[in-house]
Design a protein around this ligand. Structure first.
Ligand SMILES: Cc1cc2nc3c(=O)[nH]c(=O)nc-3n(C[C@H](O)[C@H](O)[C@H](O)COP(=O)(O)OP(=O)(O)OC[C@H]3O[C@@H](n4cnc5c(N)ncnc54)[C@H](O)[C@@H]3O)c2cc1C
Length: 597
C-alpha cells in the first residue's frame, strides 16, 4: 500500500528496505515482492507520479524536468571546463525517479561497454551476453503511437507510412513491463536523416537496430513510450501494477537521512547496516525503520554517495571534515562521477513544419495536446527526435596513435559521439527566437575521459551535496565535443539537405577555427543528465571500488547499492535501459543470496 506519513506505516521492520522509488528501486520492489515470504518497503523522498499527469506527455519532458516539485533542483559546482559556469542538474524526485522526468530514449549501449564491466569486475555476469536476458526481461516492445503496423523491413527510399525496417524484432521482447517503441510522429526531417545514411554511407551507415549491441551508424531511436504516446516509467510499468501486494509498502514524501549500523556491529568484523533514519523535513521528527535482511540503496548517482557519506562510509578525510564517525573506509564513494557533456547546435531551415511553429502558437499547442489526450497521436507523443546517430571519432588512428590520447571508449563497438537531430530549436541556454524554423543537433561525448565527484557540503541530509561532474575537464572530451560539431556539419552536407538547410545560427557560424570551436563548446556545453559511477563496482583488489560485483558495499554487511552509481564507466548511450537491466540482475542476485532462486 501507499503511505505518505511515516507515523502511519504499519510495520517497523521489513525484510528489505529500498531507499528510493526511482528507476532501479521500483524494479527491485516488484521483483523482491514476487516472493510472498519477503516483506518490502520502498521509501521515496518525492511525491507520487500520479499527482503530475504532465509526466506522461513525451513532448513536455523539458518542462517536466524543470518542475521544481518533482526534481531535486541541483546545480553543479562551477565547471572549470565550461568557463566556470554552474549548470542546472535535475534528478527525479518523484515515484519513478529520473525515469519519470527523463527524455525517454532507450539504449542498451554496446557489447564492448558491458564486456568491459565484466572485465573490470572479474564477473562474467556483467558481460553483454549474460546481461542480454535482463535487457529483454525489462522490455515490452509495442508498436509506436498512431503506427500500429508490424515491423516490415525495407531499404533505400524511406516512406514513413509504409517502411518499417526500423528495428530488428529478433533482439526485442514484447512481454516485459517497460513499454518501448519507435517514435510515433514522423516529424519534419525524418526522411532526410534516413536519406543521409544512403548518401554518405561511409560516414553514416544505416544501422537497423542500435540496441543489438553494435550501435554505430544512423538508426531509428527507441523510447520508453507506449502505443498511446504515454511515458512508460518504473512507476507506471513496474510499481503501479504491484502496489496492492500485501507484502509491499511504499512510503512517499519521506527522505532517508542516514543508515544506521547495528550496535553490536563492533563485535563482528564488519559493521552491519540494519536501520534507516527517515524524516519529512529538515526539522521534522526522525523515525526509524529496520531491515531484517538487507537495506538497498537506490537513491541515484547523486544521493546514493551522499547517503553513504552521511552514514560513515567514505574516505576518512571526507567524513572528518563534517565530524561524521567513520564506519567503513571507502575512498571511492562519490569519487568517480562520470557524465556526458552535451552541446546544442542550431541551423535555420527552409520549412514551417518544425515544432517551432507550434511552440509559438497557443492554439496549435492546445490542438496538439488535445490530439495526444484523445487519440494518442500527433507531435506530443514523442520528445522531438526520431533518430539517433552513434559515431566514433574521425581520424581515430591519429587521435589515438603514438603520442595521442588513450581511447576512453570501451572498444570498437562503442561510440565516442552521439548526434540527435531534433526537429526544431532546442537549447538549454537560449530560449526560442521570435522568428525562424530550426534544426538542432544535440551532440554528446558519450565515452568521456573526464571524471568528477560528489562530496558533502554539510552533514545536514537536507543540504544539497557538492556535484562536480568535471564536464570538459579532460582535453580529450573537448576534442570530441569539437568533432561532434564538425561531424554534424558533415552530416548536414549530404545532398538531401540542400533545399532544407538555410544557414547556421550565428554563434555556430562564428565557430570555424579549432580555437573558435573549442570556445563554442566551452561556452555552450551542458549535460545530457547521465551521471553515473559514484559508488562503482569493481574487482576485490580495486581500492576505489565501493561495491563488490554482486553490488554489496565492501567493508559492510546488510547493504547493497543498485542504481546508476554502480557503473565503473558511464554507459556510452542513454543509461536508463542499462539501469533497468542492472536492477533486474540485482533482484536475481538478492533472491539467490536468500535462497529463493
Ligand atoms: C532530465 C533527464 C533526462 C534524461 N534522459 C534520459 C534518456 O532520454 N534516456 C535514458 O536512458 N536516460 C536518461 N536520463 C538518465 C536516466 O533517467 C537515469 O540514469 C536513470 O533513471 C537513473 O536511475 P536510478 O535508479 O539510478 O536513479 P533515479 O531514477 O533518479 O532514482 C532515485 C530515486 O531515489 C530517490 N531518493 C534520492 N535520495 C533519497 C533519499 N535520501 N530518501 C528517499 N528517496 C531518495 C529520488 O527521489 C529518486 O526517486 C535522463 C535523466 C534526467 C535527469
Amino acid at each position: 500500500a501507499l503511505y505518505s506519513d511515516p507515523a502511519q506505516l504499519p510495520q517497523k521492520e521489513y525484510d528489505f528496505v529500498i531507499v528510493g522509488g526511482g528507476t532501479a528501486g521500483n524494479v527491485l520492489a516488484v521483483r523482491l515482492s514476487e516472493v510472498s515470504s519477503f516483506s518490502v518497503l520502498v521509501i521515496e523522498a518525492g511525491p507520487s507520479n500520479t499527482e503530475y499527469p504532465e509526466i506522461a506527455i513525451p513532448f513536455e519532458f523539458s518542462s517536466v524536468l524543470a518542475n521544481p516539485n518533482i526534481s531535486w533542483n541541483y546545480y553543479t559546482t562551477p565547471q572549470i571546463g565550461l568557463n566556470n559556469r554552474s549548470i542546472s542538474y535535475p534528478r527525479g524526485k518523484v515515484l519513478g525517479g529520473s525515469s519519470s522526468i527523463n527524455a525517454m530514449i532507450w539504449t542498451r549501449t554496446s557489447v564492448d561497454d558491458w564486456d568491459r564491466y565484466a572485465a573490470v569486475t572479474g564477473d562474467p555476469g556483467w558481460s553483454w551476453n549474460a546481461m542480454f536476458p535482463y535487457m529483454l526481461r525489462t522490455e515490452g516492445l509495442v508498436p509506436p503511437a498512431s503506427d500500429p503496423t508490424p515491423a516490415n523491413p525495407g531499404s533505400g527510399e524511406f516512406n514513413f507510412a509504409t517502411d518499417y525496417g526500423r528495428l530488428n524484432p529478433a533482439v526485442h521482447n514484447t512481454t516485459g513491463p517497460v513499454n518501448v517503441s519507435l517514435a510515433g510522429y514522423p516529424g519534419d526531417i525524418t526522411s532526410r536523416v534516413f536519406q543521409t545514411s544512403f548518401e554518405l554511407p561511409e560516414l553514416f551507415p544505416y544501422v537497423l537496430d542500435a540496441n543489438a549491441g553494435y550501435p554505430l551508424g544512423v538508426g531509428f531511436a527507441q523510447y520508453s513510450i507506449n502505443s498511446l504516446g504515454r511515458r512508460s516509467s518504473s512507476a507506471t510499468a513496474y510499481l503501479e501494477p504491484a502496489i496492492n501486494r500485501s507484502n509491499l509498502d511504499v512510503l512517499i514524501t519521506t527522505q532517508v537521512t542516514r543508515l544506521i549500523a547495528a550496535v553490536d556491529s563492533a563485535i563482528t568484523s564488519l559493521p552491519t547496516f540494519t536501520t534507516v533514519e527517515i524524516a519529512q523535513s529538515a526539522n521534522g521528527t526522525r523515525y526509524t525503520v529496520s531491515a531484517n535482511k538487507e537495506i538497498i540503496l537506490s537513491a541515484g548517482s547523486i544521493n546514493t554517495p551522499q547517503l553513504l557519506l552521511l552514514s560513515g562510509i567514505g574516505a576518512p578525510s571526507a567524513l572528518a571534515a563534517h565530524d561524521i564517525t567513520l564506519l567503513v573506509n571507502s575512498s571511492g564513494v562519490g569519487a568517480g562521477l562520470q557524465d556526458h557533456p552535451s552541446l546544442e547546435s542550431q541551423w535555420y531551415v527552409n520549412s514551417t513544419g518544425t515544432f517551432d511553429t507550434v511552440l509559438r502558437n497557443a492554439t496549435l499547442q492546445a490542438e496538439a495536446l488535445s490530439l495526444w489526450e484523445s487519440e494518442g497521436r500527433g507531435l506530443y507523443v514523442e520528445p522531438g527526435d526520431v533518430q539517433v546517430v552513434w559515431k566514433r571519432l574521425e581520424n581515430e588512428n591519429v587521435v589515438f596513435g603514438p603520442g595521442g590520447y588513450l581511447d576512453p571508449a570501451a572498444g570498437p563497438s562503442s561510440p565516442h559521439i552521439e548526434m540527435l537531430p531534433n526537429d526544431g530549436f532546442v537549447s538549454i541556454i537560449e530560449s526560442l527566437p521570435d522568428t525562424g524554423n530550426f534544426l538542432t543537433m544535440v551532440t554528446s561525448v558519450v565515452s568521456p575521459a573526464s571524471r568528477g565527484s560528489v562530496t558533502l557540503a554539510s552533514a545536514d541530509p537536507f543540504d544539497a551535496p557538492l556535484i562536480d561532474p568535471g564536464l570538459l575537464s579532460d582535453p580529450f572530451d573537448v576534442l570530441a565535443a569539437v568533432q561532434s560539431v564538425n561531424q554534424s556539419r558533415q552530416f548536414l552536407s549530404a545532398p538531401t539537405w540542400d533545399d532544407y538547410i538555410l544557414r547556421e545560427a550565428p554563434d555556430l557560424a562564428a565557430a570555424q577555427s579549432e580555437a573558435e570551436l573549442e570556445a563554442y563548446a566551452r561556452n555552450g556545453a551542458s549535460t545530457i543528465w547521465h551521471p553515473t559511477a559514484t559508488a562503482r563496482m569493481g574487482a576485490p583488489d580495486d581500492e576505489l571500488a565501493v561495491l563488490t560485483s554482486d553490488l554489496r558495499v565492501k567493508g559492510a554487511q546488510g547493504l547493497r547499492v543498485v542504481d546508476a552509481s554502480i557503473f565503473p564507466y558511464v554507459p556510452a548511450g542513454h543509461p536508463q535501459a542499462c539501469v533497468y537491466a542492472v536492477a533486474e540482475r540485482a533482484a536475481d542476485l538478492i533472491k539467490e543470496a536468500w535462497g529463493v532462486l
